[in-house]
Design a protein around this ligand. Structure first.
Ligand code: UDP
Length: 328
């Protein structure tokens, strides 16, 4: 039986990856320090014989007994609000954390895939974004802690690949949505759906003309698995090219939820990218992959998940206690 380590396993993407590898017959070793991840996302896996969980911070030395075939490094805060609240942890998990994962991969002879991001392109001047575009990133802006950590993560991963011969893969993930997104992580989809469910107005930042391209989580997971199993060590965009303005997106959420609330406009956050759309030519060619679930279907499934949450969960605005984790 193949053994896989997933860091960030209790998070949105990590938990879906745990489900996928369990389904595919792997022994899954899940790791998370639960700053932004939630055990609720993976508690259904705890009774399984081939699932184990380590409550551990990957930016500290990682010890895993036994063999390892694959490592998926998905630990990281991943929303602009989180970067503002926990900037140092964001930098550490993308630098010290990946260093530990690469050392572990080298020691075990495991293949490693890192979760990179469309944020490596910053506020892009090339549209749609191809993998050979180097980006337009402000290193000292509010997103810099995430963007630069992820860029460093790609650099150190390539260095371990080239210098130590570690088998590595790099997926550049574009905006993804689906069940288990944290309602209060500040991302646009949970923000809008949460607002609709609580009977609040929907907050569009700026004039709403900025664009994003949203990929349903099952499509993303399929792309990640295909890339991991491929022999391609360079970055590959995985996302859904269907692009939409944030204003249009708000209208879609209003139609989906049937809310009678209106859209209100707030200031645009600093360095908020004006447009974002993946060029997935490479993923199509190398992985024979493209998204299958369109936004209307994906949004229906996601809304059903949010509707199933309790009233307490819906009203919770800040479920996690950062203070005890923050190391200066
Ligand atoms: N956004 C918004 N209202 C919200 C939350 C986000 O208009 O309540 C905007 C945000 O400014 C950005 C887009 O929606 O332009 C996507 O934001 P998100 O935080 O989901 O991800 P990003 O792609 O910016 O990392």
């Amino acid at each position: 039986m193949k053994r896989v380590l997933i860091t960030g396993a209790a998070g949105f993407l990590g938990s879906h990856l745990c489900d996928r590898f369990i389904k595919d017959g792997y022994h899954v070793i899940a790791m998370d320090n639960l700053i932004t991840g939630r055990l609720k996302n993976i508690e259904h896996l705890f009774p399984l014989e081939h699932f184990e969980f380590y409550n551990h911070d990957v930016s500290k030395f990682i010890h895993i007994p036994g063999e390892l075939d694959y490592i998926l490094h998905f630990a990281s805060p991943a929303s602009p609000i989180d970067y503002l609240k926990i900037p140092i942890q964001t930098l550490k998990v993308g630098s010290l954390g990946i260093h530990n994962c690469l050392g572990l991969a080298k020691a075990k002879g495991a293949r490693l895939i890192i979760a990179s991001t469309s944020e490596v392109y910053g506020d892009p001047t090339v549209h749609p974004q191809t993998e050979d575009y180097w980006g337009n990133v402000n290193p000292v802006g509010p997103r810099g802690v995430y963007d630069e950590a992820k860029r460093f993560q790609e650099a150190i991963t390539m260095a371990y690949h080239n210098f130590h011969g570690v088998e590595t893969r790099i997926v550049r993930i574009f905006n993804t949505y689906g069940p288990r997104m944290r309602l209060n992580d500040g991302r646009v989809l949970p923000a809008f759906i949460g607002q609709a469910l609580r009977g609040e107005d929907l907050t569009v930042f700026g004039d709403g003309s900025q664009t994003r391209s949203f990929c349903y989580v099952d499509d993303l997971v399929e792309g990640i698995v295909r890339l991991l199993m491929s022999d391609y060590p360079y970055p590959v965009n995985v996302g859904n090219p269907s692009e939409i303005t944030i204003s249009q997106f708000a209208e879609e959420i209003i139609a989906l939820t049937g809310t009678t609330q209106k859209v209100i406009y707030k200031d645009l956050p600093v360095d908020d990218p004006k447009q974002r759309q993946p060029d997935i030519t490479k993923a199509r060619a190398i992985l024979n992959w493209e998204p299958k679930i369109d936004r209307s279907e994906g949004l229906k499934r996601t809304y059903a998940y949010f509707q199933s949450l309790s009233k307490e969960e819906l009203l919770e605005t800040d479920h996690y206690n950062f203070d005890k984790y923050i190391t200066k």
